[in-house]
Ligand binder design. Structure first.
Ligand code: NAG
Ligand code: NAG
Ligand code: NAG
Ligand code: NAG
Length: 605
């Protein structure tokens, strides 16, 4: 069996970088975010520090073990507890974050070529159309250290160099996840090996050094990106010419082990275990597709996974210290009051929930609902916000802070930062998250018994909808299976209401289940191929008159025929490892129906 690119997650030696081409995107009106700059700034543009961890969870309570982040960021800023990534794996998530576009629009859908990784990012023209380039154009000095993308390697780091950074010091594959033997590559210099040093400690020195550089140029505001690998699993990857043909061979080339903490943190949390939520290693199968085939984990497996969990918490301690050091340095330079600090991660993580081995790539809350904390001028302190935000909202937010125009191809909208904007968002902000995935799922723990490390056909389209009234996750898989969780009633997503073995409730929101499902399916139909504002206001694409703003409105009985009989359903004709449109069923743009006396979209536009 051919090995899809995702199996090379650890960044093996890769084919030559593909040629770059110029990206598009028109300028649009500036975002009216000035009120979020806070009263003290009076026109001066803020500095931005952006901390991006790797695979950090929200649902296994990792934030509870980070006292300095709590002190400096959570207590002094706002925690967005409904922040989501839109594709739960590193490279697609990072590309979406830095371009403001969903993976189906960047078409960077995997961690390695042909469907993803740094070469695909370059090939898509995105090296000329992403955040640091726009921030420099807006007058910012830009700095970055740590992991940028997967498949950015000791071989291809210069062909071309990532654009947009005044100074950079990147972690490179195949050493990115090697906690004690990392390779970093600074500006135009060749890669340097840091054998024997802890990668997050190395990174901390680099980050603080860049902060000094940035402060030395007070004529321009700065953006500093800090991207430690913690708490990603430790991965040793070995050079490889070509591509292995058989998944079984992969163990020769990539070895996953638990993350490795700095020596000073190695003995913390000895009694801590993965929270035993109701979905932890449950007695009955859950989910859909391959997830339903997983065996219950043995006591030995659970004990190993608890160790894996503790190693994550320990590895994160270095990040906790790094955040405190950054805050202290900003304060020492008198810049804390005019600097925004963002803290998030690329995607979430699961260990044992739904019987899953340590990993990500799923649509469950553990994998998609992730930490986002912001502190800065005008951001309420100690606030926990429930507004729905996603990774594609971050580029619009950051450009807005920089006073730069939003881009017409953004698939998200700025995150409310000020008290006033947060209050208004509670009533006006959208309630949905687009979720999409193509490819494999990978178990990063130990392989027990005759289990597998890879699961194929992990390709699905999903939508998460959250309001005060309801909370749903709806997914359509490439093999035709469907998933629906009533997350309000079933927060641990134990009962897939659409699995043939489930006995679904006769009504949901007081309506037959099929009426709710029809609306969710049509919403997903729009979102799976949406572009720009349609991704933010999908109901508007269905109801151009503007009278339907959310699921609640769409559930009105007068739209029953429209949703239940006139729309094509989301479907796939086969499972693929990338975005091959001919496998992805009907497309809204050509096959969708718009609510206007049932006139077809194609005739109406
Ligand atoms: C950072 O790069 C921008 C764009 O090339 C340039 O205008 C600016 O002067 C640079 N800043 C420093 C401190 O070199
Ligand atoms: C550490 O990484 C370097 C390349 O940066 C490599 O040559 C060396 O073999 C690695 N050492 C170990 C112990 O893996
Ligand atoms: C994956 O999907 C393909 C095509 O849709 C199918 O032929 C194959 O049997 C599936 N493989 C597994 C392991 O489910
Ligand atoms: C996405 O990229 C793959 C690999 O290059 C390509 O085959 C596919 O057609 C692209 N999909 C879209 C929608 O552009």
């Amino acid at each position: 069996m051919r090995l899809p690119g995702a199996a090379l997650a650890a960044g093996l030696q890769l084919p030559a970088v593909l040629a770059g081409s110029s990206g598009g995107g028109d300028s649009q009106k500036p975002l009216g975010l000035a009120d979020s700059w806070g009263p003290g700034l009076s026109g001066k543009r803020p500095n931005i520090v952006f901390v991006l961890t790797d695979d950090q969870d929200l649902h296994m309570q990792s934030l509870d073990y980070l006292p300095l982040i709590k002190k400096h960021l959570i207590n002094e800023g706002t925690l967005y507890k409904r922040h989501y990534c839109t594709t739960a794996i590193c490279c697609p998530a990072r590309v979406s974050l830095l371009t403001g576009r969903l993976a189906h629009n960047t078409n960077v859908t995997d961690v390695n070529p042909p469907y993803g990784g740094y070469p695909k990012f370059v090939h898509q023209g995105l090296n000329n159309a992403y955040l640091p380039v726009w921030l420099q154009e807006a007058g910012y000095n830009t700095y970055y250290t740590g992991k940028l993308f997967n498949a950015h390697t000791t071989e291809n780091y210069h062909s071309p160099y990532p654009a947009g950074w005044n100074s950079s010091d990147f972690l490179l594959d195949p050493y990115t996840y090697n906690y004690l033997n990392a390779s970093y590559q600074r500006n135009r210099d060749p890669p340097v090996s840091y054998q024997g040093q802890h990668t997050v400690d190395v990174l901390s020195q680099k980050a603080l050094g860049f902060l000094e550089d940035a402060v030395a140029h007070p004529d321009r505001p700065f953006f500093l990106g800090i991207a430690p690998v913690a708490p990603h699993s430790n991965v040793e990857a070995f050079s490889l010419d070509g591509t292995p043909d058989d998944l079984d061979d992969i163990e020769q080339f990539v070895r996953f082990t638990p993350p490795i903490p700095a020596a000073r943190h190695a003995h913390l949390f000895e009694d801590v275990i993965v929270p035993r939520t109701p979905n932890f290693n449950p007695s009955s199968v859950t989910g859909a597709s391959w997830v339903r085939t997983l065996p219950r984990q043995s006591a030995e497996n659970v004990a190993f996974n608890d160790h894996f969990y503790r190693q994550r918490l320990r590895a994160l301690q270095s990040v906790d210290e790094l955040v405190a050091a950054v805050v202290e340095k900003l304060e020492a330079h008198g810049l804390l009051g005019e600097t925004y600090i963002f803290y998030t991660t690329d995607n979430g993580y699961h260990i044992g929930q739904h019987r899953l081995q340590p990993g990500k790539e799923c649509g469950f809350e553990e994998d998609i609902n992730i930490p986002l904390i912001v502190r800065g001028p005008g951001v309420p302190a100690g606030e926990v916000s429930e507004v729905v935000t996603t990774h594609v909202d971050l580029a619009p937010t950051l450009l807005g802070l920089a006073g730069a125009p939003a881009r017409a191809d953004f698939d998200g909208e700025a995150i409310p930062l000020s008290r006033g904007a947060l209050d208004e968002a509670v009533v006006s902000r959208h309630e949905h998250v687009t979720v999409e995935f193509w490819g494999l799922a990978i178990g990063e723990g130990k392989v027990f018994g005759d289990q597998s490390r890879f699961w194929l056909n992990n390709t699905y389209k999903a939508v998460r909808v959250i309001s005060k009234e309801y909370s749903f996750y709806y997914a359509v898989w490439c093999n035709g299976e469907h998933e629906l969780y009533d997350v309000k009633a079933d927060p641990y997503q134990l009962t897939n209401l659409l699995h043939p073995s489930s006995t679904p409730p006769t009504t949901l929101l007081g309506l037959p289940l099929s009426k709710v499902t029809a609306r969710l399916d049509t919403l997903l139909f729009v979102l799976k191929s949406c572009k720009a504002q349609t991704c933010v206001r999908p109901w508007h694409a269905l109801h151009p008159a503007g009278n339907v703003q959310n699921l609640h409105d769409a559930l009105s009985g007068r739209f029953d025929v429209f949703y239940e009989q006139q729309q094509k359903r989301v479907s796939f004709s086969r499972c693929e490892y990338g975005q091959l449109l001919d496998a992805e069923g009907p497309q809204f743009e050509t096959d969708g129906v718009v609510y206007r006396q049932g006139v077809r979209w194609s005739e109406w536009v």
